[in-house]
Write a protein that binds this ligand. Structure first.
Ligand code: F6R
Length: 360
């Protein structure tokens, strides 16, 4: 069942090229049109604002989507579902509420969908599970087609969520503006190349010696900006979930506003570079290195400046920033996996956690 992999998580990390292939299959035409089944062109023309609601890893995919939409001039906000149920954000007639949920069964996310519907918003579930409660209760559903995910820690479903949300953002932006953004061609080309780029990244998985080195450190920080920000949060979540070690993710710009006080030579700092605003993140790398922290940078293989600024370098193929974030995330999934494995953790079923959280 695990196809020779020691854990489902590792198998699912390696399934990402195939999952991403399915996520985009038939949804990108030769002339760079985005076709989402059930959503003909013009379907989202009336959308004035988007609310994205999710938990955990899906929340990080929603953060990614918020930036994808913002970069296409569509106002979008992200909410943690558990907070949305306590303080629902006001919706208008033209608000589209998107629930991002792999399982389609997360209690807080389902309650949020109910609240949004009661308030008159149009609802859409972006989910992996056909026939799930979210798919059935939302006005519409869009499937990420990642295939079953057994490991409690979400891996391939995060990548597939982001790929599908990128297509959804393109569809919404085109419907609302009536035009195609100048970046569309480059983005779609990068998404089409992504399965091969992930394969390439998997083949350069971090060496055992890096994991051995990291294992003993007291604390791990993950930093990034732009699309690197949700990746930093997601990588920290994955690290803490399966290694049981303390990890925190930050927007790189937040470091100086407090977290820097914690940085010592015992803090591993993982810095995510996506090819946009990298010069600022490089300054953050200098700041933490000045406090003695060892830095692992994840950036395009051609980025010698970043490689030289860091103690360790995990390369990814050169690509569009949206895809670069996902590729960096793949590298960091492998880092978490390898450290957890060295520590002998229960990787597929971490303590205290369930695959789907059906209570609020
Ligand atoms: C982390 C993880 C969880 C889920 C969260 C939401 O690896 O798997 O944080 O992402 O419980 O689950 P879904 O997406 O099913 O709503």
């Amino acid at each position: 069942q695990r196809d020779g992999f020691d854990h489902y998580m590792l198998k699912e990390i390696h399934e990402q090229p195939a999952a991403l292939d399915r996520a985009i299959q038939g949804r990108i035409t030769d002339d760079n049109d985005v076709r989402l089944e059930g959503f003909p062109a013009g379907e989202f023309a009336d959308v004035g604002a988007v609310h994205l609601i999710a938990c955990g890893t899906s929340y990080h995919a929603a953060l990614y989507a918020q930036q994808l939409l913002a970069n296409r001039d569509i106002p979008a906000q992200v909410f943690s579902a558990g907070e949305y149920t306590t303080t629902p954000a006001p919706v208008r007639d033209d608000t589209l509420v998107v629930a991002v949920t792999q399982s389609g069964e997360t209690a807080d996310t389902l309650s949020s969908l109910d609240i949004a519907a009661e308030r008159g918003a149009r609802t859409l579930a972006v989910t992996n599970v056909i026939g799930s409660t979210a798919a059935r209760t939302a006005d519409d559903a869009l499937f990420i087609r990642a295939g079953p995910e057994i490991g409690v820690a979400a891996t391939k479903t995060f990548s597939s969520q982001v790929a599908v949300l990128a297509l959804l953002a393109e569809r919404i932006a085109e419907d609302v503006s009536g035009t195609v953004h100048s970046d569309r061609e480059a983005l779609l080309a990068a998404l089409e190349r992504l399965p091969a780029d992930v394969q390439d990244t998997l083949q350069r998985s971090p060496v055992e010696s890096l994991a051995t080195e990291l294992r003993g450190r007291e604390e791990q920080f993950f930093i990034g900006r732009g699309y690197g920000y949700p990746v930093a949060l997601e990588s920290a979540l994955k690290f803490k979930e399966i290694t049981y070690e303390h990890a925190e993710g930050f927007a790189a710009g937040e470091l100086k506003h407090g977290p820097l006080a914690l940085v010592t030579s015992d803090t591993s700092v993982f810095a995510v570079f996506t090819g946009r605003h990298d010069e600022k993140t490089l300054k953050n790398v200098e700041e933490v290195r000045a406090r003695g922290a060892p830095v692992v940078a994840i950036a395009a293989e051609s980025d010698h400046e970043v490689a030289e600024a860091a103690d360790e370098f995990l390369p990814i193929p050169d690509t569009h920033p949206v895809a670069a974030g996902l590729l960096a995330n793949v590298q960091l999934q492998l880092v978490s996996y390898r450290v957890a494995d060295l520590l002998g953790r229960s990787i597929d079923k971490p303590r205290n956690l369930a695959k789907s959280v059906t209570v609020e």
